[in-house]
Design a protein. Structure first.
Length: 202
């Protein structure tokens, strides 16, 4: 790392009020009142547990894309497998080699959700297929060359943010001989910083 690289800056502000104004099944909506630059501001945001995703890549640099219905956007969108521990259950595959590909905040102006994306390689099928329900029951799986996935992103044909960041990050890493990949068990400072700020309602 050098001084020419950009880095996010951590900021601690005095919170004068904190209240959960909506409790949801998956996430909540929180309201905070705080002092900023001499003004008192009130902001609502989605309090999210965070997520991980996995980009699966075979020996020929083909990646596994999954098309799944997403109700809030009313789309059957192309996405990635959602969690390392669920890999076998969702796509009937296991991976021997894992690396950290990217970390990012999905919508920092309105949510505290942070996402970690892994690159998984050296794949093998599970001993048996798993049954799937709900939106997962009719998921479409498609192996495509990484270059084609990148072109799909650049052409605006796919809109899932995790898919987009994963493909562009993988393409950039490949062009650098995979030297930018990090250890799969690397620290997650964005989430750690977020969680240290969590306090009871005021």
């Amino acid at each position: 790392m050098t001084d020419r690289l950009l880095r996010d800056e951590r900021v601690s502000l005095p919170i004068t009020s904190r209240e959960t104004i909506y409790n949801g099944r998956v996430w909540d909506v929180r309201q905070e009142v705080f002092d900023y630059a001499g003004s008192v501001l009130t902001r609502d945001y989605v309090a999210h547990t965070g997520a991980v995703a996995v980009l699966l890549m075979d020996a020929n640099d083909n990646v596994l894309a999954i098309q799944q219905y997403r109700h809030p956007v009313r789309l059957r969108e192309w996405a990635l497998d959602c969690a390392k521990r669920e890999l076998a259950e969702e796509v009937d595959l296991t991976a021997q080699t894992w690396h950290l590909l990217a970390d990012y905040a999905t919508s920092p102006g309105g949510s505290d959700e942070v996402v970690r994306i892994f690159l998984a390689r050296d794949l093998s099928p599970t001993a048996q297929a798993h049954a799937r329900e709900g939106e997962e029951s009719d998921m479409v799986q498609c192996w495509v060359p990484l270059a084609d996935a990148v072109e799909s992103v650049l052409a605006g044909h796919v809109n899932n943010s995790i898919f987009t960041i994963a493909m562009l990050s993988a393409d950039a890493a490949k062009q650098r001989g995979w030297s930018t990949l990090r250890d799969a068990d690397s620290a997650w400072p964005q989430r750690e910083w977020r969680d240290t700020r969590e306090q009871p309602e005021l």
